[in-house]
Design a protein around this ligand. Structure first.
Ligand code: UP5
Ligand code: MG
Length: 195
């Protein structure tokens, strides 16, 4: 008999809302495969930026805090998902960024089983990113790119959340709190909606 398709959870939220942090916890608790779209793109861009024109352009886009082209992003996600041999679930970090991407994901990959929106105040997002910038060297953790990421997020978030609300797929959680408190709510949501 054919296996059921893995459950698919999308985690969205502003830059610094804790998507990566919470996705790792979800992957660990539920045995899901973790796919970070930002990480996928960053790896690919570092690998190819010097030898490939398309990727050198994308590297510039990402380093400036803008969004990579939709079709490239979807292609990368598709390739990554196809390589996953067997999984009860997949948790996708930082995708989609806008309604266009959401439509294209549904069209080309699947309808997600659950979308979690990590809602966080602008002030908190900034604080967290500035703190991380001091500790790590992500190419887009510079003041200008942080501003662009925050602005892009603010532009796209409301229609995106509304889109998933109309489909009854999204749960919004207060992500201004401690990691553990946020994760408690996420695990309650996953337990209720997917099991
Ligand atoms: N932290 C986390 N949770 C905390 C909590 N509850 N309390 C206190 N501190 C907390 O967390 C950020 C920092 O805050 C960390 O230091 C953490 O310890 C602390 P993290 O879990 O890293 O937050 P996250 O939401 O993952 O922040 P990130 O900076 O990764 O978000 P972005 O959305 O900016 O990054 P992403 O990697 O998703 O995308 C990067 C770029 O890739 C985009 O700008 C874009 O250029 C490109 N991209 C696309 O083009 N298309 C896509 O579909 C996806 C990405
Ligand atoms: Mg992240």
């Amino acid at each position: 008999p054919s296996r059921p398709r893995p459950k698919v959870i999308l985690i969205i939220g502003g830059p610094g809302s804790g998507k990566g942090t919470q996705c790792l916890k979800i992957a660990e608790r539920y045995g899901f495969v973790y796919v970070s779209v930002g990480e996928l793109l960053r790896k690919k861009m570092i690998h190819n930026a010097t030898s490939n024109r398309k990727w050198s352009l994308i590297a510039r886009i990402i380093t400036n805090g803008e969004l990579a082209p939709q079709e490239t992003t979807i292609t990368e996600i598709k390739q990554k998902i196809m390589k996953i041999p067997e999984a009860s679930g997949i948790v996708i970090d930082g995708f989609p960024r806008d309604v266009g991407q959401a439509l294209s994901f549904e069209d080309q990959i699947c309808t997600p089983d659950l979308v979690v929106f990590l809602a966080c105040s602008n002030q908190r997002l900034k604080e967290r990113l500035e703190k991380r910038a001091e500790q790590q060297g992500r190419p887009d953790d510079n003041p200008k790119a942080i501003d662009r990421r925050l602005t892009n997020f603010k532009q796209n978030a409301i229609p995106l959340v509304k889109y998933f609300q109309e489909k009854g797929l999204i749960v919004t959680l207060d992500a201004d709190r401690d990691e553990e408190e946020v994760f408690y709510d996420i695990s309650m949501t996953v337990d209720n909606k997917l099991y």
